[in-house]
Design a protein around this ligand. Sequence first.
Ligand code: APR
Ligand code: PHB
Length: 402
Amino acid sequence: MSRHATQVGIVGAGPAGLLLGHLLHLNGIDSVIVENRSREYVIDRVRAGVLEQGTVDLMQAMGVDAGLQRSGLRHDGLYISFNGRRHRIDLAGLTGGKAITVYGQNEVVRDLIDARVGTGRPLYFDAKDVSVGDLDSTTPSVRFHHDGTDHDLRCDFIAACDGFHGICRPSIPDGVLTIYERLYQFGWLGILAEAPPSSDELVYTLHERGFALFSMRSPTVTRLYLQVPPDEPIEHWSDEAIWNEMLRRMTTRDGWTPNIGRIIQKSVTPMRSFVAAPMRHGRLFLAGDAAHIVPPTGAKGLNLAASDVLVLGRALKAFYERGRADWLDEYSDVCLRRVWKAQRFSWWMTSTLHRSPDETAFDHQRQIADLDYLTSSHAAMTSLAEQYVGLPMEVSFESVGL
Ligand code: APR
Ligand code: PHB
């Protein structure tokens, strides 16, 4: 048994855990990151890829933006398409110059792992039987098995950054958390294709046959999504069937259509909205997907992980530098304000752009009217734009020493 101690034990090396580890490092706070998957698995896992302006600014302020500056694709606008017509929303023009950046989450994770390794601070991959305990004490523990050795890591605090399926949230005693959840009657079939993007900006489409989304990863790789039933087996979809359906839903009257190419990855993901509150129990703090899930239509998942980490970083810095515990106590409330606004936006984008099996003809006409209003009203477009590029972070970069 190897016994060791750290200030902050971080469970999970996704965007939340890695960003937090680096933010703490910049403030001279020690941490150990424990991840149950391999380095390759964590990097290769295909996820979303839209960074809000605030997430880009945060990564820049933290000095982990070299890859992002080199190959991130800045988008000043996006398209909403319905009734066969694309309508552009000028994100930058409507928000005083803010934009989003398309940069795959796997690239973000790769860059953050490199930064972590560069600090020389511990990061364990392939940890087995990870568990957390003594959450109510002043020395909570993270226990795990790594490379033939059992580890008992004593911490001042534990950051639960282990995603939706992690072990930290279920370790909180029954009755402490309130769970808010909404399941949707559809999922997304997503593909990566070797095809140059035929549009410089994202296209969100509501079609008679359901939702479709055009996105990209690089000048040579297109990323596309299609609404399907939530439990749809991917084997039901040949590459030819996927392209037929993509083109049918996305092609607009002016002839715009995605370029076709070899499909290099395909999968189906279910969609849910989920919040666990409060985002803290004793000395365990939930951050990112461990605390909340949004349906991907608003492109908020990674960005909420970043804003949680900023709030947690401020609280831990104030605790260690000034003995202040009040920001730790406020952590959950401060995070949840922004989380719920993103939940509302993601739910609205999802319900406005998808067709539900139980919708009525009235519901569908109302959706069309919603999109017609959205794309013709300056006020409505401004509202979408300010939420899409990201509502303000709740705390300042100065408060975390940036
Ligand atoms: N022990 C250690 N690590 C674990 C465990 C465990 N028992 N269970 C899960 N993990 C790891 C996962 O392998 C993953 O690397 O925790 C990490 C959680 O990372 P994410 O799921 O990426 O969650 P988060 O860092 O909160 O980032 C949120 O990720 O799911 C996307 O779309 C979501 O963009 C959002 C972002
Ligand atoms: C993506 O590029 O993967 C993407 C873009 C926008 C979304 C979701 C995913 O809303």
